[in-house]
Design a protein around this ligand. Structure first.
Ligand SMILES: [Fe+2]
Length: 190
């Protein structure tokens, strides 16, 4: 029997935010046009408290992708094309190409650990310089916007990595959020 409150109603824990709550939070912050950098930061702050659980994300993707996949799984495209949400589920050691994006982007780590390396084109376009590295644990949310968003993301944990990637575009129309991939030698900044 559930414990009753003073007014006779059963006491219930507040339900954990789900994917619909996540989409609603992003929608509320993308209604009016704004500077992309500002938008990415605002959306990141809105997403942080409503990040869904790993289970919720896994239930929303095809069974074949639940143990890791090389491609992101599109979870949601806003009907007016203002944003898309993609789940990336990876095994330890998996790394993306070095790439940049066509729009602002917010990444939330739902499970595991993700390491992001940032680069800039240097040497008159002859090589990439590593400008920074950041490791994000479960619950971390970060936003960024082009230009200057050349990066690579790696599953640096010991288990399955689950992250949500929110892009300020209609990913079904453009096919991919990636603007360009970079196949250049990498050097560390001095
Ligand atoms: Fe990316």
């Amino acid at each position: 029997m559930k414990p009753a409150t003073r007014h006779g109603n059963a006491r219930r824990a507040a339900p954990r935010p789900g994917l619909k709550d996540l989409y609603a939070a992003i929608r509320a912050d993308t209604r009016s046009p704004r500077d992309w950098e500002c938008l990415a930061e605002t959306v990141a702050a809105a997403v942080r408290p409503v990040l869904p659980s790993a289970r919720q994300v896994l239930l929303a993707v095809p069974a074949a992708a639940r143990h890791g996949a090389d491609r992101g799984q599109v979870l949601h495209v806003e009907p007016d094309g203002s944003f898309s949400v993609v789940a990336l589920i990876t095994r330890p050691g998996y790394a993306t190409s070095i790439h940049d994006h066509t729009s602002w982007c917010v990444v939330g780590v739902v499970a595991g650990q993700e390491c992001e390396e940032r680069f800039r084109v240097a040497g008159a376009g002859g090589f990439l310089e590593l400008t920074g590295t950041r490791t994000d644990d479960t619950g971390a949310v970060a936003g960024f916007a082009p230009p200057g968003d050349i990066h690579r993301v790696r599953n640096s944990g010991v288990g399955l990595g689950i992250s949500l990637h929110i892009y300020g575009t209609d990913i079904n129309r453009i096919g991919n959020s990636i603007r360009r991939t970079y196949d250049l030698p990498v050097r560390s900044a001095r």
